[in-house]
Design a protein around this ligand. Sequence first.
Ligand code: IPE
Ligand code: IPE
Ligand code: MG
Length: 236
Amino acid sequence: MTDYGVRHVAIIMDGNGRWAKRRGWPRLAGHRKGAEQIKKIVREAPDLGIRYMTIYAFSTENWKRSLIEVLGLMKMFRFMIRREADALATEGVNLRFIGDRSRLDPALRETMDAIEARTKTNTRLTLAVAINYGGRDELRRAAAQLALDCAEGRIAAEDIDDEALAARLDTVGMPDPDLVIRTSGETRISNFLSWQAAYAEYEFTETLWPDFTVEELTDILARFSGRERRFGGVQP
Ligand code: IPE
Ligand code: IPE
Ligand code: MG
C-alpha cells in the first residue's frame, strides 16, 4: 500500500453525457458506465491511503435536465445502492449521503437510510455520495438550523464559530477534503463543497468520468504528494 497523504478525496464525476454522445448512445448509458467506474475506484481507494471519499452524483441544479434523465438517474441510484449493498457492507465501507433528501422519492430515501444504518459502524472507507447536493444549499440549511438553535436557546449568537457551523453541515464528522478532482475538462466547481474545500488542492483532467481509471487516480495522488500546502502561512 502506498499512502500519498490524501485522507479525503472529493470527485466531481463529470462527462458521462459526452461519453455516451460520442458513441451515439443515450445519456443514461453514460451514467450507467460511470456508476460502474465508481465501484472500481472505491474498491482500490483504501489501498491508496484514502479513508474518505465524497462523490458528486447529482447537484441541486441537475433538476434542470430532462425528466427522462432525472428519473433515469434517480432509478439508477436506488438500483445501484441495493445491488451493491452487500459488497459495500463486507468491504468495510461506511456509505452516507449528503444533500437535501427531502425532495427525493420516498423509496429512494428509504434505501439510502437503510444502507446508512447498515454500514454506519464500518471504518475502512467512508464514502459520501452527494445527491441533490449544492454547497450553497447546504450552507443555507446550516444557517437556518443555527437561527433555530439560537431562537430556542441551544446556542448564543456570539458562540457561533467555524465548528458550530461545520457541525450543522451534511459532512459533519468528516475531515475537509485534501484534494478535489474534476473530470471532463471543465475547470469549475459547480457548487461542490463550498465550505469544506476552502483549502483543498484541485486537479482537473480531460478524461471523461466513464474512462477514469485507478491508474489515473494514482498518478493524480502522486502529483498531489509533491505539492506544498501552506494554509496561509509562509514557506518554512
Ligand atoms: C456528470 O456527467 C454526471 C451528472 C451530472 C449526473 P454529465 O451528465 O454532466 O456529463 P456531461 O457533462 O453532459 O458530459
Ligand atoms: C456537476 O456537473 C454535478 C455533478 C457531477 C453531479 P454538471 O455537469 O452538472 O456541472 P456544470 O453544469 O457543467 O457546471
Ligand atoms: Mg456535466
